[in-house]
Design a protein around this ligand. Structure first.
Ligand code: ASP
Ligand code: MG
Length: 411
């Protein structure tokens, strides 16, 4: 008998019909001889609505109260699903994150899991009941206050619970049928991947692929929890996410992702001497600004430019921090440019296969797309381009690597 963790996202449980459809699926999974543990998100756009409501009521947002508010969304959904299961004759019990044993730190609105003690969940499963766990929530070990794990945190709840219970598989149900070679809204011939490795999916989620939440993929990779990303609308087989199998042939390029949510910051006229970059990036880190993709130009006459990207929401903070340092560093000015986007080509096989970067650059230049910044990892090539050209870039690269046909394998 397999133990399956099934996580349902907001759109999967957006209304009463959807909740009943999910209950039906859970009941069928059990009938096939599996034990099921469910993790559930808030219904539809409920989390956004609760956040908006908070803004309408007050300007101060104490973390403790925000978490109490936001976690109410999942609490409502889990009770409703448990009722729908009872209607089908399936014994089910809902559990808050705290009841399910999710102990976190005290970082309200973005808490980290410290430990999972799923005793009550295990007891319920052993009694042949279906536990329905509220996603993205826990309880702070120190203060005993309710905590929220952050946006997309239900994926992490599901993966962490699957690991703690030693489940056979963690199924992440969503409104798309799996992980695609590119965003299907942009690339009409994007293909659903049958399989993808943790490493590749982690690069994809770090570079613009919105689902599953990056943190959950990291957790799955660290703890070796196999994932199945699939649709709660068509119920068809989706994409399996597993450890890279060395017997498996590796695709040179598996996917093309893009991210339009960054700003480029440039500091001009920076004196080229030891300690300057250290000073700058320390200051940004102290302001909790997550810097990515850094480029420093060759210096001319002892002066250089430094450019880097930051999440768009951190633009103002980054600008302020840099402006404060310009004088101290003896630099000239700070420029910000929000109209950029990053396109990334990802594939485990490129580790052992030269020429991928060259082909990326040739493809972009062939489409008249200028590259402003470049960064690579062992299994990724990313380019920063003008935002209004990024969709062309994604389609051109998807075509160039023939991703609609299935993976080109490395020798
Ligand atoms: N409902 C929360 C959100 O939308 C948590 C989750 O679903 O992962 O971010
Ligand atoms: Mg969600």
């Amino acid at each position: 008998m397999a133990l399956v963790v099934q996580k349902f996202g907001g759109t999967s449980v957006a209304d009463p019909d959807r909740i009943r459809a999910v209950a039906d699926h859970v009941a069928r999974t059990r009938k096939r001889g599996n034990r099921v543990v469910v993790v559930i998100s808030a219904m539809g756009k409920e989390t956004d609505e609760l956040l908006r409501l908070a803004g309408d009521v007050a300007t101060t947002r104490p973390g403790r109260e925000m978490d109490m508010l936001i976690t109410a969304g999942e609490r409502k959904a889990m009770a409703l699903l448990a009722m729908a299961l009872h209607d089908l004759g399936v014994e089910a019990d809902s559990f808050t994150g705290s009841q399910a044993g999710f102990i976190t730190d005290t970082t309200h609105t973005n808490a980290k899991i410290v430990e999972v003690r799923p005793d009550r969940i295990r007891t319920a499963v052993d009694a042949d009941r279906v536990p329905v766990v509220g996603g993205a929530q826990g309880v702070a070990g120190e203060t005993h206050d309710v905590t929220f794990l952050g946006r997309g945190g239900s994926d992490t709840t599901a993966v962490a619970l699957a690991h703690a219970l030693g489940a056979d598989i963690c199924e992440l149900y969503t409104d798309v049928s799996g992980v695609f070679t590119s965003d299907p809204r942009i690339v009409a011939n994007a293909r659903k991947m049958e399989r993808v490795s943790f490493d590749e999916l982690l690069e994809m989620t770090a570079n613009g692929c919105p689902k599953p939440a990056m943190r959950s993929v990291e957790y799955a990779r660290t703890h070796g929890v196999d994932l199945h990303v699939r649709s709660a609308f068509t119920w068809e087989t989706g994409t399996l996410v597993t450890k890279e199998d060395h017997d498996m042939e590796q695709a040179i390029v598996s996917a093309v992702t893009h991210d339009t949510d960054e700003t480029k910051v440039t500091i001009t006229g920076v004196p080229d001497r030891p300690g300057i970059a250290a000073r700058l990036f320390r200051a940004l880190a102290e302001h909790d600004i997550n810097v990515d993709l850094i480029v420093q130009n060759v210096s001319v006459a002892g002066v250089t430019d430094i450019s880097f990207t930051v999440p768009r929401s951190d633009t103002a903070a980054a600008e302020r921090t840099c402006a404060e340092l310009v004088e101290e560093m003896g630099a000239t000015s700070v420029l910000t440019d929000p109209d950029i986007a990053r396109v990334s080509v990802i594939g485990a096989g490129m580790k052992s296969h030269p020429g991928v970067a060259a082909k990326v650059f040739e493809t972009l230049s062939g489409h008249g797309i200028n590259i402003e910044m470049i960064s690579t990892s062992a299994i990724r090539v990313s380019c920063v381009v003008r935002e209004d050209q990024v969709e062309d870039a994604v389609q051109a690269l998807h075509d160039a690597f023939r991703l609609e046909h299935g993976p080109v394998l490395a020798d």
